[in-house]
Design a protein around this ligand. Sequence first.
Ligand code: CAA
Length: 382
Amino acid sequence: MILNEEQLELKAMMRNFADKEIRPVAAECDKTGEFPMELYKKVCDMGINCLDMPAEYGGPGLSRVTSCVVREEMSRGDAGFALTIGANSLGMKPLLLAGTQEQCQHFADIVNGGGFSAFCLTEPDAGSDAAATRTTARRVGDEYILNGRKCFITNGALANIYTVIATVDKEQGAKGLTMFLVDRDTPGISIGKHEEKMGIRLSSTTDVIFDEVRIPVKNRVGEEGQGFYLAMQTLDQGRASTAASAVGIAQAAFEYAIEYSQIRKTFGKPICKNQAIQFLLSDMAMKIESARQMGFLAAEQVDNHTPWITKFGAMAKCYATDVLQSVVSDALQIYGGYGYMKDYPMEKLMRDAKIYQIFEGTNQIQRIVIGGQLLKEYKVKN
Ligand code: CAA
């Protein structure tokens, strides 16, 4: 896919913002694990703190392809920062799929006003097996009462509003799952463990605990039993953006490596003059470009509402995040011993990169999803 003029301008603008505003604070925040609130305010002022929010709710109204362009450049600046912004979109998606206008507007008012959102699916015993969700929603009159503990929640401690998946009937498995919109200030919500992570350290990852949290029925998103479908669709559509993030981190690693290879001299010449280094750089560039194009292909399925969103979303996420691992590893190799040291950028990029093969559905789960789609597509009639 070739970007149009508007997308190229946006890309250049975001690249400049990442270089001038994100990168200078990211390294320090990586050390402290603190989220850069001033930087977030700037992104809010630019109106891009929830990339998937439609214009009718006061958002940027970007296509999925264009939001991927922005996400890539933001991630090139800092992966954890871009993830925080991405989690706002993940929180809104179920509302756009099945919520009421009132729910969407309520969410938009909070997030457009500088707030955060979090998508609460994962639990200690429901990670890859999302249907094993144990958080319960008990209906009592005009309310549901939520009880349970979510873990590894991106934006857990920052969020002002959550989309939460809970079961109304454990016996029904996936078919009992239901989605709710939950305000942070509802009594009974508390933040549990703050995870001390290897990478993406400035992003908030916590447990979120629900203890007899009373939610009005009007905050149910869609119907009872629709929650698993909404969660799957949300993840399907979000995977192009995860691929874009992986491409952004890989691009950063590649740019540092190609620059370093021209400065670093061994045996009396810059190391880029060695074919061994050029081969590494060429392979990195080919992999990044193909991952970028696969991400756009997945994003185009979302924009065009095709039946291939699930398949290409999983393919793009899986491929781009596997590419990211190999690119960061090769980029660090080009830095040699210096790449392993905290004084140079590669060490942080390598720590940031690993989670991409794990979250938003592990790459093993992506292969299960792709396999399932392929078997439907190529079904042999016996
Ligand atoms: N779209 C719509 N419907 C779907 C679907 C999809 N993509 N996938 C499954 N379904 C439907 C099925 O058709 C089935 O419906 P029927 O019974 O009516 O046929 C129902 O849902 C159950 O499907 P499965 O039997 O396939 O479900 P399963 O229990 O075997 O699980 C799974 C399938 C794909 C492995 C799923 O559990 C999964 O995606 N797991 C990974 C979860 C995940 O990605 N977690 C990431 C957390 S979010 C995160 O990381 C964000 C962050 O903060 C960084």
